[in-house]
Design a protein around this ligand. Structure first.
Ligand code: AMP
Ligand code: MG
Length: 355
């Protein structure tokens, strides 16, 4: 049985929060909104509850969970020997979409960390998430509230579609703000390493740190991670059921990108396939072919990557209701949020080609 609880995002309904906290304290699992995507939470110290998260999501047990806290005094309960650099980032970026890799407090079950001696921790900037953690009184282990491998949920409807009957409750507070997950930085490495690009820009984090952050190929979504330092990145991710072809721009010249997408779509259409083209506002008019075998979806403006990131998972999820044989998506330049967008698109796609 899954109960659906509704509240305003900015003025959380205390009755709803108390009810959800009771479920968590009783060993249940609850999906709740954060500023990035919806999370699926359990009290971090309750192994049985944490196990339910892996079961509900069908998540492989070696893919660790992010721990969510609501106040800085909770940090010591989950992490030890915290380096000074971490506090420099925390002071500027928490609450917010920055997850830090820190040394695990032995109190945190290894089940949460996929057997690692490190933890991933963040303080979410969402009133509902913060009041839920506060009311529960414990840090919450909370990965994204989707079936493993599917696009992350940015609305409660997405969560319900994947997890109805598999979780105890879902708190519906409308659409999330960023629509992509947190930026994960391993601050224990010298120099620090980006494990996953996310809602916060690497460039901004580097500015506060005063040092460079290494951006490995796996953080760009270019290859699987083979190191124990970036677990979870080896799995299929964010994928719609419809096969997705990503066309990557090699330069800022959009005409080459448009030509490649156009050529490829027409080839499929001519062969009788129904094609979905996912394009930016600036380029979508190029695909208005005179055919009922094409659907063009807008992912947002190239001049507002915040909008593109926010729409990304929503658009990927909507694909599967449209009955297309194949979807073709335009890529973006890997700068600012473009790095995050390209990481997600590369992982979601079945084929990548260069324009
Ligand atoms: P999700 O919460 O579903 O967005 O996934 C959490 C991701 O955080 C995992 O897939 C890992 O890549 C990363 N993560 C969590 N804990 C650790 C850790 N201790 N070390 C490195 N990466 C981690
Ligand atoms: Mg996830």
């Amino acid at each position: 049985m899954t109960i659906i609880l509704r509240t305003d995002a900015f003025r959380p309904d205390l009755q709803v929060i108390k009810q959800a906290a009771q479920i968590l304290l009783g060993g249940g699992i609850v999906a709740f909104p954060t500023e990035t995507v919806y999370g699926l939470g359990a009290v971090v110290f309750n192994e049985e509850a944490v196990n339910k998260i892996f079961w509900a999501k069908r998540r492989p047990p070696d893919n660790p969970l992010i721990i969510h806290i609501s106040k800085i005094s909770m940090l010591d309960e989950v992490a030890v020997d915290i380096p000074e650099e971490a506090f420099r980032l925390i002071r500027v970026f928490w609450p917010g979409p920055l997850t830090l890799i820190l040394n695990r407090n032995p109190k945190v079950p290894k089940l949460v960390t996929g057997g690692l001696d490190t933890v991933a921790v963040r303080m979410p900037a969402h009133p509902v998430a913060l009041s839920l953690i506060d009311e529960t009184g414990f840090p919450l282990a909370a990965p994204s509230a989707n079936i493993a491998g599917r696009p992350s949920p940015t609305t409660a409807e997405h969560v319900i579609r994947d997890l109805h009957g598999r979780v105890d409750a879902v708190i519906d507070a409308g659409e999330t703000i960023y629509g992509v997950e947190s930026t994960i930085v391993n601050i224990l490495s010298k120099p620090p390493v980006l494990l996953r690009p996310g809602a916060y820009l690497v460039e901004d984090i580097e500015r506060v740190l005063g040092t460079r952050i290494i951006v490995p190929d796996y953080a760009r979504g270019l290859r699987e991670s083979d190191t124990a330092l970036a677990p979870g990145l080896k799995y299929r991710h964010y994928s719609p059921e419809t096969p997705l072809i990503l066309v990557e721009p090699l330069s800022s010249d959009l005409s080459k990108l448009v030509d490649t997408v156009k050529e490829l779509s027409l080839k499929y259409i001519k062969n009788g396939f129904k094609v979905c083209v996912i394009a930016s506002k600036e380029t979508l008019s190029n695909y208005a072919f005179n055919s009922h075998n094409v659907i063009v979806l807008s992912i947002g403006s190239r001049l507002n990557l915040f909008e593109v990131a926010k729409n990304l998972f929503k658009v990927l999820r909507s694909l599967d209701d449209l009955g297309c044989s194949v979807a073709i998506v335009e890529g973006f330049e890997e700068r600012g949020l473009g790095l995050t967008i390209m990481n997600r698109l590369r992982k979601a796609s079945t084929l990548k080609i260069q324009a």
